[in-house]
Write a protein that binds this ligand. Structure first.
Ligand code: DX5
Ligand code: ZN
Length: 221
């Protein structure tokens, strides 16, 4: 199996009174990377969690975290997440006029630097940041809430990103986030995505471990 292909459970859908337990259960099933949604009530109409929760989870798990910053002023916010085992920090292209500088700053701290694109944002905006880009997160819903429906128009964007990799030799990971479940995962994998974020499909299931396994089994299908 391609080791770059992964299912990233989104903690946004996990029970917030039992986050440690919810992580450990999936770690036993083989998961080592969790998606962590930070929303500020400005960039998106919802407010979630800050760095303190990662800090308090660190002694209770072994996994790494993939931080998705849905915030205004990501320049101010990202340094708060330079914590142990934060593998990647993803900022929204729409949230900053200084994307290039911001990605360089994230990389300077030895974290993977990611850019997220809202459904309305075209791939073109990445043209001049390719040399400092490790990951592109394609929003397959409008950001702000878990449990929404996959937007099929994201497929074209994923295809364009794959072409861009082919044409330029850039080797950023492609991640999708929003509405991924046992049905929609096939579409995005066939398009060439490596990292699949899944919230409701895992933590909304009666048996999150079984749901994680079901999605994982599709990675090498
Ligand atoms: C939405 C968040 C997602 C969310 C996905 O704005 O960025 O990470 O947790 O949840 P599902 O998989 O339920 O759509
Ligand atoms: Zn997310």
């Amino acid at each position: 199996m391609n080791p770059r292909k992964k299912i990233l459970p989104s903690l946004l859908s996990a029970p917030f009174d039992r986050l440690g337990e919810s992580i450990r259960a999936l770690e036993e099933a083989g998961c080592t990377l969790f998606h962590y949604d930070v929303m500020d009530g400005h960039f998106v109409p919802n407010l979630t969690i800050g760095p303190l929760i990662i800090q308090s989870l660190l002694p209770h798990c072994n996994s790494e975290f993939d931080v998705h910053l849905m915030v205004a002023n990501p320049e101010t916010v990202f340094p708060w997440f330079l914590l142990d085992r934060v593998r990647s920090i993803t900022v929204h292209a729409e949230a900053t006029p200084h994307l290039h500088a911001l990605l360089m700053r994230i990389r300077a701290h030895n974290r993977l630097a990611g850019v997220s694109l809202n459904p309305a944002t075209p791939v073109d905006c990445l043209e001049y940041v390719l040399p400092c880009l490790d990951l592109v997160l394609v929003m397959t819903v409008n950001p702000g809430f878990g449990g929404q429906k996959y937007l099929p128009e994201a497929g074209r964007k994923i295809r364009e990103l794959c072409e861009l990799r082919g044409q330029t030799g850039a080797d950023f990971l492609i991640q999708v986030d929003g509405g991924i479940n046992a049905q929609t995962i096939r579409t995005v994998l066939d398009l060439g995505v490596e990292e699949i974020v899944a919230g409701n499909a895992i933590y909304g299931a009666a048996d999150p471990v079984a749901a994680y396994w079901e999605l994982s089994s599709q990675l090498d299908a």
